[in-house]
Write a protein that binds this ligand. Sequence first.
Ligand SMILES: NC(=O)C1=CN([C@@H]2O[C@H](COP(=O)(O)OP(=O)(O)OC[C@H]3O[C@@H](n4cnc5c(N)ncnc54)[C@H](OP(=O)(O)O)[C@@H]3O)[C@@H](O)[C@H]2O)C=CC1
Ligand SMILES: O=C(CO)COP(=O)(O)O
Length: 329
Amino acid sequence: MQKNITIIGTGAYGTALANVLADKGNNVVMYGVVEQQVDDISINHMNQSFFRDLKLNENIQATMDFVASLEKAEYIVLGVPTKALPSVLKDLSKYLKKEVVIINTAKGIDEQDVDLLSKYIINTLQPTRYLKGYCGLYGPSIASEVASREPTYVNIASNDIELAKEVCDVFTNEYFFAKPSNDLPACEISAALKNVIAIAAGMIDESGLGDNAHASLLTYGLNEIYKIAKVFGAKHDSFTNYATMGDLVLTASSKKSRNYTFGRMIVQENSAKKAREDCDFTVEGVGTCEVANKILDKYHVESKLFKVMYEIIYQNKAPKALLQALFTL
Ligand SMILES: NC(=O)C1=CN([C@@H]2O[C@H](COP(=O)(O)OP(=O)(O)OC[C@H]3O[C@@H](n4cnc5c(N)ncnc54)[C@H](OP(=O)(O)O)[C@@H]3O)[C@@H](O)[C@H]2O)C=CC1
Ligand SMILES: O=C(CO)COP(=O)(O)O
């Protein structure tokens, strides 16, 4: 059955998911803060800031009017980066007037409480009494490929598995396949932390260490992610699904990944500081690396990989420290 869905954010992923949902026959309204993107979607049925000449589903509407965008919403997809969530949630708390299911796609960790992003979102919206349910959507899904309607599998994770199944039905179409998971901590912690491993993988590959080293890093990284996710109640069984292993393999191997590309820039410029200054695209792994280190401290977890990545990104340690930490005796 046709659902009314609002997507917050007219960036790469919000737009890709709008296409998925509209192709399924849902009514999709996007809310954006960038006029050029909103107009491009509404008038030209394109979002050329991200997808050049790709034609989007013509039924997608876009607006800069937040209140109007929420009017009919039954489901709200949060399609903004983690750092934008506080302001989006503040606005939602103010303007929500009917019950909605929230589907978050931001890959991050709550920096303030050093805790799950889902907990932060739920705790912020619960007092409104309009939060009907919460899910996270995670998996190996580069936005441009999703927008081009290339086959993609993701997990919809929720503490309420029946809700996860319902939301999977809302998203699944002939090229986008959503599978339910009841392990929200595994999916969301892994979705966030894999971006740091992707930066490390970009560094390893740009250093010319070879495919063996690349695969070894991913194996090591997945184990380190599990060690940290366990703190939040993640189950080991969940570490072979799309949101965990799948997204790590993709993001840490694809030249289309911004985190991986940023890792390569660090080695090219021989400085994470310089790479950060030159980087004009969203790289969630940078912020996540800092919170990951707060988790290590708070919960007394050891991780050589996350520690050295913090030193490289935030303490100006030379990029070669990664190789010394992982590939020397
Ligand atoms: N791109 C991808 O392949 C995938 C991304 N994700 C995740 O999705 C999240 C969003 O990423 P992505 O779409 O790529 O990011 P982008 O940088 O492409 O787009 C983010 C969009 O959100 C806008 N925005 C920022 N603040 C607000 C706000 N307060 N209200 C409304 N819109 C706002 C930005 O505007 P402005 O430019 O002005 O800041 C921009 O249009 C990230 O957490 C990412 O990890 C998940 C899977 C795949
Ligand atoms: O999370 C992603 C794919 O699943 C997108 O990765 P990047 O943010 O590194 O481009």
